[in-house]
Write a protein of this length. Sequence first.
Length: 420
Amino acid sequence: MRILISAYACEPGRGSEPGIGWDHVCQTARHHDVWVITRCNNRAAIEKALARDPIAGLRCVYFDLPYWARFWKKGARGLNLYYYLWQIGAYLTARGLHHEVKFDLAHHVTFGSYWRPTFLPLLPIPFIWGPVGGGESTPGGFHRAFSMRGRLYEALRDYARKIGERDPFVRLAARRSVAALATTSQTKERLLALGCRKVAVCAQSGLPAEELVKLMALPLRHGNPFRVLSLGRLLHWKGFELGLQAFARFHALFPDSEYWLIGDGPERKRLERLGRKLGIRGRMVFWGVLARSEALEKISQCDVLLHPSLHDSSPMVAVEAMAAGRPVVCLDLGGPALQVTEDSGIKVPATSPEQVVSDLAAAMMQLAEDPDLRIRLGVAARQRVREHFAWDQKGVFMANMYGLVKEDEIERFAWASGEN
C-alpha cells in the first residue's frame, strides 16, 4: 500500500514525540511504501540515520513555512499558532503529492494531541487518526498542591482543550476518520464525543529492537542504598512534589535510601526548597537534563521508577524502566495505568494528595523490604514490554490495521487492536 503520514515531530535518536514519530514511520515502511511529511529541521538527523541504515520503503518530504511566517517562533513561544499554520501547508503539500502518487490512505501521527487540528481528512482517501492523547485531567483536590504557575497552566490547558474541541477541523478529523487510536480511555471518550466511529485504546510509546535488547540485558540490581528514580521535565503535573513527600516519609523508616531526579524545568527550585524543608537534602540528587544514553544508564543504577504523574498520556520512561526490569510505582491514572499491571508494578489510587503520599511511601517500603518481589515484578515488566511495547510488534499491528482499512473490514478494528 501507499501510505501518507503526517509527522510534525519526527527525529531519530530522540525520546518523546520526535522519537515516536520516527519509530512509527520506520516500522510502517517495513510493510508498505511510506511518504512522510515532516519539518525541515528534522532533515539533518533523518538523513544521517538513513545514510547509516537505509529504509527502502521510506520517502521523506520536508516542509516548513517561509521565514517571514516563522521567525517569531522561539521554542514553545508561538508553537500553537505555528503548528496550525504548518498543518495547512502540510495539507497543500499532501494534496500535490496525492495527484502524483495516488495514496491508499493518510495517517496523522504527531503531534499526538486530540484537540489539535490536522487537514489530512480533506484528502479523498481513508484517514486514520493517532494514537492521540490529551483527554486526561488532574483529579479534583490536587490543584491546591500546585504553585500559582501550575494552577494557571491547568486552567489554560482546560480552556485550550475546550476551544480545540470546537474547532471545525478537529471535528472534521473525528467524523472523517475511518479509525482512531487513543492513548487512554479518557481520550477515547473525548474522540467518541467528537464523532469518531471506531476508536481503540493503543499506547503511543514503544521501544525499537536495538534499545529493547540493551535494556533487557541490564542486570537486576542488588545492594545498597535502595535507589528511587524519577525522570521527566520538572513540571507541576508530573507529581514530583508528591514523590518527594512520599520519599521523605519512606526514608524516615528506611534510611539507607536515595532519590534521584533526572530532568529540569520551572518547578526545580520549588522542589529543592521542599527537599530541604523535608530534611532529605542529602539523600536526593538532581541530575538535570541528561542525554538519552546517560539517562538510561542511570535507570540501571536504580531499583524502582517512581512516576507520580497526574495526567500523562503515554510516558516513554515507564516503558524504558520496565524493559530494564525496574518495577514502576505510579498513580492509577492515564497512560501509566494502562502500561503498568499489578504483575509488573504498583499502581496507587489518586483520591487526595495525602492518600497518594501515604500509598506511594508504602509501595516504596514494600519493594525495599522484599527484593524477591522486586525481581518478580521486574521479570514480569520485561515480559509485558516484549509483548506490548516493542516497535516490531506495533509495526505488525499497524500493518494489520491498514489491511483492514483497504479491505473495507474496519468493523473488525476494535477487536484487532488488542485493547487493554
